[in-house]
Design a protein. Sequence first.
Length: 272
Amino acid sequence: MTDRYAVVGNPVAHSLSPQIHAAFARQTGADLEYTRLLAPLNGFADCVKTFRAKGGRGVNVTLPFKLDAWQLATRRSERAEQAQAVNTLHFDGAQIAGDNTDGAGLIRDIEMNRGFAIAGKRVLLLGAGGAARGVLLPLIERQPAALIIANRTFDKAHELAAHFSRWGNCTAQQYTELGAAAFDLVINATSASVAGVLPPLHAGVFAPGSLAYDMMYGEKANLFLNFARDLGAAQSTDGLGMLVEQAAESFFVWRGLRPQTAPVIALLREQA
Ligand code: ATR
């Protein structure tokens, strides 16, 4: 019998997840169908319940429903618990298991695909919204030498640092306090580029050999990545690899199999 999965969002038409999971299914010989579900803004839970009642095995969850999914889950992984966001629901008997694979996706893309080890490095995370929160625990677990959160609204960065510092080294700083500090890895987890806004980073923020990473992909990442290269970032990448890696991690949560991601990333880059 064909196993059914879907990505739930609003909007959802742009989602590449069906294409990614179709590629994973071909690769692993899995008999599955993966579709898009447009849920009304106030109708996430009903949409998921209907899909489940019709035999769905699990869903991915995208904006703006990751907190709704966190609330709907009857059981949550630690990484989902701390992210306060769920991007993967697994219907497991009577339970709805909630997980968050975004952080693992980011780490795998940086470490495995880019060959950039985070342990011992100085990391600057820009942003303190849902996207930043979703990756903080997995980042801290890699044991960077320093993890600084900077955000336009400093209080939000401070709250995140206060919460996550119990797992390891993590502090908040105002942009103006960064001074001449240099970082090995700078991750843009803000949506500022959408408004055409760049973070107020100084020349010298990128250490020799540093990597600039934008969690958005495609055109939307270019403003920040061009800026980072101008400031001296040695390497730069958008978040397409993260997108595929978080999908692979969801596939693993559902099916216990790890698909190969490199051919799927290459396929999407070709089509972009
Ligand atoms: P997401 O789930 O994408 O993280 P979010 O929770 O709304 O969305 O967070 C958006 C992030 O981008 C926040 O860090 C936000 O900064 P504030 O906390 O100060 O709002 C940041 N951001 C969005 N637009 C921005 C802009 N024009 N300039 C600077 N930062 C911006």
